[in-house]
Every structure is written in C-alpha cells, then in structure tokens.
Design a protein around this ligand. Structure first.
Ligand SMILES: N[C@@H](CCC(=O)N[C@@H](CS)C(=O)NCC(=O)O)C(=O)O
Length: 342
C-alpha cells in the first residue's frame, strides 16, 4: 500500500511538473502563429547572407532560411520580420525571446550549443576564418602577418581563434576591435589596420560590398579554423527545434532530388516516393512537426532548394562568387547531406 502511494505520488508529481513546464513556457510555434509572423535575428547588414537591398527588402542565404521557416509555418514566405543584431547582442536576443530563431552567420561551438541555453538545429554554411589584406602589402600567406594590426569585431569567435592561431604560429599582431560591424569595416577601409579577420564568407562579402576598390584587396588562401555557421533556437522546445532543423533538411533534400522552385509543380506528379513524401503528395510528414503536409512544398516553391539559394545569394549568380566547396551536396564532394524525410 505504502509502495503504491509513493508510486502514485511520483506519477502525480511528474504529470504535474510536465503540465507546469508546458504552461510556463508557451510553445514557440503557438507564439509565432498567434503573432502571424516569425521573427529572425540577423546581422546589421552583411551582403549575401543577411542585408537589406536598395528597396529595403532583406535578402541573403540566412534570410532565405528565415523565409523558409515562414513558408513551412504559414505557407507564406513573406510572413517574417528581421531584428538586426551585432555579434554581441545576438545570443541575448534569442535567450530573452526577442527573436524566435537566430539566422545569422553564427559558428556552432560546444559552449554556445550547451551553456548559453541555446541549440543549433543544423549547419547551413561551412566556413573557416581567414584574412583580408590590401594587395599592395604584398602578403601572400598568413604566416607573413607578423607585426600586423588586425581588425576584428567584438563578440565573435574570431577573436579567440586568431589569438590561438597566432600563439601557435609565432605571429605577433595588434588587435583593433570594435562592437559595431560598420566601425570595423570603416577602420579597415581607412587603413587603421592592415588586415581584417573573420569568416572567409564575411571577407568575400566585405570585399565586394563595402570597399570602394575590391580589386585592391585579396582574401589570403589560409583558413585557420572551422566555422560551421548555423541557425540557433532556445533549448527546451523540441518542436520548434525540429521545425528549423527540418526546414533546412527540406532545402537539402530538394536539391538532392532535383526539385526546384521552377519545377516543383511538375514534380508533384513524380513517381519517386521520396519526392512524393517531401512534397506531401503521399504519406504526409507535416503532422510530425505540427505543420501542414505542404510545409516542404511551400519552402521549395516560394524560396527554392539549398543550391538555388546558394547560387542566387553567395554563389555563381551573385557578386560574391563563393565556390560551392564544402557547401556542395555530399554527392558532389561537399558536406551537405539531406536526412531522409520519411
Ligand atoms: N562566425 C563568427 C563571426 C560572426 C560575426 O558576427 N561576424 C561579424 C563580422 S566581423 C558580423 O557578421 N558582423 C555583422 C554585424 O554585427 O552586423 C561567430 O559566430 O562568432
């Protein structure tokens, strides 16, 4: 009898606790649906990844991920808003609930993925830290940077990575750091430092979009770290984590299967069961995410597959001209591998 009571008490306590946690923390999906749009944390303006165009519309690879989440949730990729954040502000904005998802060139590290109460649902751009220098310095490799002044932005992983690398490589340098992206760019452009160091994708973007004579500058071939750039969500909401995770997976799967924004309607008639499942023609996968079965169809139709987004924003059809490299599909020698949507 006593044993039974203890058991009953435990069951009641567990059920009670679960109910309490669910109430205490409203689901992000419900909040987003009630509000009518998803709020994504972005950079303050980083061409190719997240930046407003001349009409003030936010564009980029990371914006496409944000739009894809909106397409998956609302069936309408325009139902999103951006909150521009510098490197230091980004994690607090997510922790406090100001944004629903951080879609902004953020490197996954063990610390960020655990101790900050945040979690990354998957990598959307594999990168590495590099160096941008003026050509007339005549520097050909990072090892020649001894004695240089190096511009960096505060609150990035780039500060520590550079310090580690310099120590190990016996390179002495003077860091010049600023909180705001514009300040770092202006300092570099005006010659206050010899070198700008951040993710190579960032350097390609700065060179093309922020310097008046891009041809006077070169990104050195050396990469000194791994920078897997990824979206982040808060820990403790598995459904929302899964929505962002599978949004990204839908983009990869669509590319693997040859489904594009142009041919997606024809592909609805495909006999391939993987395409049928992805597009919600057969055996819908939406309910597992709390979404409509057309969630992935809407992503591809309105935003495109990963390759389309890459080419348009940062790749061959963009001013940045970043090669696919590690960001190709695994079938083409890259690292992106769509997990089965089934
Ligand atoms: N991937 C690195 C660096 C990301 C980062 O914040 N880079 C700076 C470039 S120096 C940036 O994007 N700044 C844009 C902004 O603050 O709006 C990280 O996660 O710490």
């Amino acid at each position: 009898m006593k044993k039974l009571n203890v058991l009953t008490a435990t069951v009641i306590a567990t059920v009670g606790f679960t109910a309490f946690s669910a109430n205490a923390q409203a689901s992000t999906l419900d909040t987003v649906k009630q509000r009518g749009h998803v709020i994504c944390g972005t950079t303050t303006g980083f061409a190719g990844f997240s930046a407003p165009d001349d009409k003030g519309e936010w564009k980029g690879l990371d914006i496409d991920l944000c739009k894809s989440v909106a397409a998956a949730v609302f069936g309408d990729a325009t139902k999103f808003k951006t909150v521009p954040l510098n490197s230091q502000q980004r994690f607090t904005a997510l922790q406090s609930g100001e944004i629903d998802v951080l879609t902004r060139n953020t490197t996954v590290t063990q610390q960020r993925d655990t101790a900050l109460g945040l979690q990354s649902p998957g990598v959307n751009f594999y990168d590495g830290q590099g160096f941008l220098v003026k050509k007339d310095l005549g520097v050909k490799s990072a090892k020649e940077l001894d004695g240089a002044t190096i511009c960096l932005q505060t609150g990035t992983s780039n500060e520590n990575t550079l310090a580690d690398w310099a120590r190990a490589s016996n390179v002495k340098y003077t860091p010049v750091v600023f909180d705001q992206f514009n300040e770092v760019v202006n300092a570099f452009a005006s010659g206050r430092c010899d070198v700008f160091s951040t993710d190579a994708s960032g350097l390609a973007s700065i060179r093309i979009s922020r310097l008046s004579n891009p041809d006077d500058y070169v990104v050195l071939p050396d990469l000194i770290s791994k920078e897997p750039l990824a979206p982040f969500v808060r820990q403790g909401d598995a459904q929302w984590f899964n929505i962002v995770k599978w949004t990204l997976q839908a983009q990869f799967n669509a590319e693997e299967l040859g489904v594009t924004s142009k041919n997606v309607d024809e592909q609805l008639k495909s006999e391939n069961p993987n395409i049928q499942r992805l597009l919600g023609v057969a055996e819908g996968t939406g309910k597992n995410l709390g979404l409509d079965d057309k969630w992935a169809y809407n992503i591809v139709k309105q935003v495109g597959n990963y390759g389309e987004s890459f080419d348009r924003n940062v790749g061959k059809d963009s001013p940045l001209q970043i090669p696919r490299g590690l960001n190709n599909l695994w079938t083409n020698g890259g690292l992106h591998y769509g997990l089965p949507v089934r």
